[in-house]
Design a protein around this ligand. Structure first.
Ligand SMILES: NC(=O)c1ccc[n+]([C@@H]2O[C@H](COP(=O)([O-])OP(=O)(O)OC[C@H]3O[C@@H](n4cnc5c(N)ncnc54)[C@H](O)[C@@H]3O)[C@@H](O)[C@H]2O)c1
Ligand SMILES: [Zn+2]
Length: 650
């Protein structure tokens, strides 16, 4: 009786989790937890001899979403039976030549080619019916759109996104709720886009793992032959090793050594019999084919003690708890921290300082807390943001509680404005990528623009940061030194006031005689009377300088700068010079704008290179275009945009 009750409970939990996982790309429990509950259910079903209707052990059990067109699969796409025991895997293989490959953790896709062309791509969906995503598959990074084979080819494989692309793409998503939890999640969201322009930006890769049909091709009854043939047709095939029960250990050593180094996500290994006819003669259960078996890594679990919680802010305003514990060895590396993801999970685990916790590495890569053995629950949730020190509050969305910084002006949320500040046309500071800026800001090293020039205060901490060596530190300091010498228009532009680009900044500075006090005191009327400056810009400008905080930051910044004197006379430095511009430009909106700048300084721009031309402007000085050739023939210097800007004193 109790067993029945528990089975019903498990069924409900697992169904909810599956629904969230497959339909909404959400995880309400870890895979570790899911698999634990699943195994418990399998065990109970075995003991009672009962399988309840809708049990996840009997069905693949999820539906495709509504928006995309649906299509039934010719043959059902099953799940795989799994084990964590190498001996069970060895017994399964026996004497059979088998292919052992990564179990890729993305989204399974079926591709159909006809007359050499990609005709159709369909997701696995619920195993019976999938979603048609042909347009999206066409923008995957590595699938051939055209192949040599002309008959009907059907193959299956996994669409995946690498960990590094996942990090990059996620960092660009501003909205916290729109962030993806893991590469599988992101991949699913990318492959099932209604707009394939988005898919194209996501760097989705496809790895084939099964050939379903290719009429008239003789594969000599071998799966390996099929893989080789697929490679010849231009597909990337999942990495595999040929094994038998005897040689299994060697291959396992290879895979278990490699897994933590992979940039692509995998959640185990798959073994497949090479002998096609034999494999097919075995048939399948309702849920699993009998010619393949999945292996999941047995998670190495270690006990340790929770030392503290670090509250880690992000540009989205989300402040997440990170558990810091006594260092332990896990899967060959030393681990001392694990993300707790959000407040709900922290509460669920009843974490407290000094608690005995069990830690494992999910898919042998990402450290996670599996269990808290002592559950003292004595943690306090901070009331202020670690970055800006203003109010932080717990907010509940979709049943999940998370901590957020409530301050709109929080530096963590303004990373983009710092990125603009250091960009080429603004302060032109090399060595401060957005990722580096983010680290500095989140660590509290940088609160306003002026702080960037005081970064030396944190030398020791910076040198300890990952990816920051003595050399890159010195380069940064050197480029800061260089950037200090700048012009007032660049400074004005770098403040990031709405609609004030470099051109407008120049107009304003010129009108106000490069006088800082006049710039601060200027009223709306004065600014909007400048030719080329409208009322909207004038309003944004004066509002900016009317704000005490902004003013303080502006003066702080100026205290670090040495502004170049600008004479008030017309700058006619290019008088009498003839230019030709070719190729695309990056610092100007277009070539016309560059032309305007040249003409403003008294120069002239013509369409073709002749003996009268003084300079050719082309960013690709090595190009063999006719203009470049001509210029080289005539001995006319070819300038990059940067060279030109230096020459024009911009
Ligand atoms: N966290 C949660 O809430 C939650 C919920 C549901 C499921 N899950 C996870 O999903 C798992 C079950 O997933 P499933 O049933 O979709 O798939 P599965 O784990 O049974 O994997 C089988 C599939 O893997 C794919 N695959 C990848 N690489 C392959 C290769 N080299 N060769 C052959 N096939 C390969 C194929 O599509 C195959 O059908 C659970 O074990 C659990 O970890 C988690
Ligand atoms: Zn804040």
């Amino acid at each position: 009786m109790d067993k029945m009750k528990r089975m019903k409970e498990l069924l409900k939990l697992l169904t909810e989790a599956s629904k969230a996982y497959y339909q909404e790309d959400r995880e309400i429990m870890s895979n570790f937890e899911y698999d634990k509950l699943y195994d418990e259910l399998v065990q109970l079903e075995r003991e009672t001899g009962v399988t309840l209707a809708g049990s996840p052990t009997a069905s693949v059990g999820y539906e495709a979403l509504d928006e995309l067109p649906k299509e039934a699969h010719e043959s059902p796409m099953l799940s795989l039976d799994k084990t964590k025991d190498i001996e069970a895997l060895r017994a399964f293989i026996g004497e059979q030549k088998s292919l052992l490959s990564w179990k890729l953790d993305g989204l399974t896709i079926v591709l159909t080619y006809h007359e050499g062309k990609l005709q159709k791509a369909v997701t696995r969906g619920n195993g019976t019916v999938g979603e048609v995503i042909t347009g999206n598959a066409k923008v995957f990074k590595n699938i051939p759109l055209q192949i040599a084979y002309q008959g009907e080819l059907v193959l299956r494989g996994e669409a995946i996104i690498t960990y590094s692309d996942f990090e990059k793409i996620n960092a660009q998503i501003e909205d916290v709720d729109a962030k993806y939890k893991n590469p599988r999640n992101l991949c699913s969201g990318s492959v099932r886009q209604l707009n394939n322009e988005i898919t194209a930006k996501r760097n989705v890769n496809f790895y084939a793992f099964s050939l379903v049909k290719a009429e008239g091709v003789d594969f000599q009854n071998s799966r390996e032959q099929q893989f080789c043939w697929l490679k010849e047709q231009g597909f990337d095939v999942v990495e595999y090793r040929v094994v038998t029960g005897e040689t299994l250990d060697e291959a396992m050593d290879y895979f278990s050594n490699q897994v933590s180094k992979n940039d692509f996500p995998s959640d185990g290994l798959v073994v497949l019999y090479d002998d096609i006819a034999y494999g097919e003669s075995l048939g399948s259960t309702a849920k699993f084919p009998r010619n393949a078996y999945a292996f999941k890594w047995k998670d190495e679990i270690r006990e340790t003690v929770l030392k503290e919680i670090e509250w880690s802010a992000s540009r989205t305003g989300l402040i997440n708890p990170v558990a810091i514990f006594e260092p332990i060895e896990l899967e060959g590396t030393t681990v001392s921290r694990a993300s707790v993801h959000n407040i709900s999970i922290m509460k669920e685990l009843q974490l407290g300082i000094g608690d005995k916790i069990q830690v494992y590495k999910a898919n042998m890569i990402i450290p996670q807390i599996a269990e808290n053995l002592t559950r003292s629950g004595n943690l306090e949730i901070p009331k202020i943001c670690p970055v800006c020190k203003k109010e932080a509050r717990v907010i509940k969305t979709n049943e999940v509680e998370a901590l957020y910084c409530m301050n709109e002006e929080c530096q963590a949320k303004k990373i983009k404005s710092f990125t603009l500040f250091v960009s080429r046309d603004a302060m032109n500071i090399d060595g401060l990528s957005e990722a580096t800026l983010e680290k500095f800001i989140l660590k509290g090293f940088i609160r306003d623009f002026g702080d960037i020039f005081e970064i030396e205060k944190y030398k020791d901490e910076i040198l300890e940061m990952e990816g920051f060596g003595q050399k890159s530190y010195e380069n940064l300091i050197a480029s800061l030194e260089k950037a200090k010498h700048t012009t007032l228009p660049r400074v004005l532009y770098s403040l990031g006031i709405a609609n004030i680009g470099l051109a407008n900044a120049k107009l304003i500075c010129k009108e106000l005689q490069y006088d800082i006090e006049k710039m601060i005191a200027a009223n709306e009327e004065e600014i909007s009377s400048i030719e080329g400056i409208g009322p909207v810009i004038a309003k944004a400008y004066t509002e900016y300088f009317a704000n005490e905080e902004n003013l303080k930051k502006f003066r702080h910044l100026l205290s670090h700068l040495e502004l170049e004197e600008v004479t008030r006379e017309e700058n006619l430095s290019l008088e009498g010079k003839q230019f030709v511009i070719t190729g695309s430009v990056v610092h100007f909106a277009n070539r016309a704008q560059l032309k305007e700048e040249i003409e403003k300084r008294g120069g002239k721009v013509t369409g073709s290179v002749t003996s009268k031309t003084h300079y050719l402007i082309n960013n690709d000085t090595t190009s063999n275009s006719s203009k470049n050739k001509k210029a080289k023939e005539l001995g006319i210097p070819i300038l990059s945009e940067d060279d030109f800007m230096k020459m024009a004193g911009m």
